[in-house]
Design a protein around this ligand. Structure first.
Ligand code: TXE
Length: 480
């Protein structure tokens, strides 16, 4: 049974407690590897290594850090197939998706911050004659980075790259549900010549290793991506310790479709924004609002197209959707489909688990599911499901759809489909979200601020926002 190790102080090491957790392949429902069941002792070992590495890593020229990050990016690209296969096996997503999105984006994250750090500058403010201020933005120390299972390497590197580029050292914990590509990244970092202790990757349970990282007094900043409840738990521990906090949390994103949109482009993209990655993307548009004149046409076209989507073996290139990441998450999604029916919804497509033949018969698969007939305030339309389940809600006016779209505790992203320029700007302007896409979805420029408002998070990742999070500003005022 393949057993992965922690990456601490430049080496691959066993957990101090010597215990391991099962790691499942969602496509077959079987255990296929073991991961360290690490604990506080492993975190302490990583803190010692990260502390020892910080003085030199933070002081070498940024060009030297940039070169090492670029080397990691090159090695990720050179190992695309191996990393994509590992990601698909671990998460259940189609290997084509891992190969076209997840892994290339992981390399892009390292390349982006390898160059962003070379252009990151700060400001000075001249006062009356003889006085000038300048602002320093300095690395802080050890960054704690904790990431989720839906886009494992993509989101893991999205935190690690800026933290390292800014001159911090890092202790990172991937989700215990999808640890494999983080482990493979450890091997690539050793090959790239990342100095010992600069990056440390510890595997294990969130309420053990994650909680130890969050609570450790020598880790002054926490960058977290995951569920809103977990984000609140992390804030409860970190806030009284005055740690810097970046929280990227859940979403219940509106996809607003006006009758005057480009129908074919909207339909093609809406299939993706509804079911890509089995709907396990916090940016998915799970509440679809359709202007009434278009409702029936959209409903029949969307149901027909959805029923053509192939749920299958993630390693089969014809699969449009793969397996749900875990048995627990599969049951959570199915419970929401039952809730939707209890709340009076009608299932127009899907709604059932899929049983595949042969070695995949015990895998975790759910049909892409469309539900209509629910009010916007019911639990199904207020709570995050994080699976291949969307609801259809008709609307009459801009005011009505804006009010319904803004009615949840979340405020992450929104998609708007319209050919009317005024409608596009007015609706985007009135939505309480961190990201609004108009006539597109998931188009990403890494320079832009990424994150949500309300219960979707605190702070922003991306571009210079990320470098500002991972540095401490200091204003120096000289009276000369
Ligand atoms: O989250 P969890 P999951 C959200 C998505 C969904 C959830 C799915 O909407 O709600 O995340 O990811 C660790 N102290 N987003 O189920 O359980 C855990 O081990 C410290 C939004 O993984 O919160 C894992 O490594 N750490 C996002 C990580 O936290 C703890 C994009 C996330 O686990 C912990 C992706 C604790 N007490 C998913 N408990 C966005 N907005 O971009 C768990 N962990």
């Amino acid at each position: 049974m393949f057993t992965i190790k922690n990456y601490i102080n430049g080496g691959l090491v066993e957990p101090k407690g010597g215990t391991y957790l099962d790691n499942f392949n969602p496509a077959t429902g079987q255990v296929y590897s073991k991961i360290p069941d690490s604990d506080r002792a492993d975190v302490e070992q990583a803190v010692a290594a990260a502390k020892a590495a910080f003085p030199s890593w933070s002081r070498i020229p940024k060009e030297a850090r940039s070169k090492i990050l670029a080397k990691v990016a090159d090695l990720i690209e050179a190992n695309l197939d191996k990393l994509a296969l590992a990601e698909s096996t671990d998460n259940g997503k189609p290997v084509s998706l891992a190969k076209n999105v997840d892994i290339p984006r992981a390399a892009a994250n390292f390349n982006f911050f390898a160059t962003a750090i070379l252009h990151y500058a700060s400001e000075s403010h001249a006062m009356e004659k003889g006085v000038i201020n300048y602002t320093l933005r300095e690395p802080i120390g050890i960054a704690g980075c904790i990431s989720p299972w839906n886009l494992p390497l993509y989101l893991f590197t999205w935190k690690i790259a800026p933290a390292l580029a800014a001159g911090n050292t890092v202790i990172a914990k991937p989700s215990e549900v999808t640890p494999m590509t983080a482990y493979l990244l450890s091997e690539l970092c050793i090959e790239a010549g990342v100095p010992p202790g600069v990056l440390n990757i510890i595997h294990g349970l969130g309420n053990k290793v994650g909680a130890s990282i969050t609570a450790h007094p020598d880790i002054p900043m926490i960058s977290f991506t995951g569920g809103t409840e977990t984000g609140a738990e992390i804030a409860r521990i970190a806030a009284p310790m005055f740690k810097k906090l970046s929280l990227e949390l859940g979403g219940k994103n509106p996809n607003i479709i006006f009758a005057n949109c480009n129908f074919d482009k909207m339909l093609k993209t809406t299939l993706k924004s509804s079911f890509s990655n089995q709907g396990e993307i916090c940016l998915c548009g799970s509440r679809i609002f359709i202007e009434k004149p278009l409702y029936e046409k959209f409903k029949s076209a969307f149901v027909a197209a959805t029923q053509l989507l192939k749920v299958g073996d993630p390693l089969n290139k014809d699969s449009d959707m793969g397996a749900i990441v875990s048995e627990a998450h599969t049951e959570k999604i199915m419970s929401y489909i039952e809730l939707a029916k209890e709340e009076g919804g009608t299932v127009l497509a899907g709604g059932k688990r899929v049983t595949l033949p042969g070695e995949h018969q015990n895998g975790w698969y759910i049909e892409p599911t469309i539900i209509e007939g629910l009010g916007h305030e019911c639990r199904t339309n207020q709570e995050e499901i994080f699976g291949p389940v969307v609801t259809l809600i008709p609307f009459d006016s801009e005011d009505e759809v804006i009010e319904m779209a803004n009615s949840t505790r979340y405020g992450l992203s929104a998609t708007i489909w319209t050919n009317n320029l005024q409608t596009a700007h007015q609706v985007a302007n009135h939505l309480h979200v961190g990201i609004a896409w108009i006539n597109c979805w998931l188009l990403r420029d890494l320079r832009t601020p990424f994150g949500g408002s309300k219960s979707s998070g605190v702070g922003r990742e991306g571009g210079f926002e990320a470098l500002s999070f991972f540095t401490e500003p200091k204003n120096v005022c000289i009276n000369y």
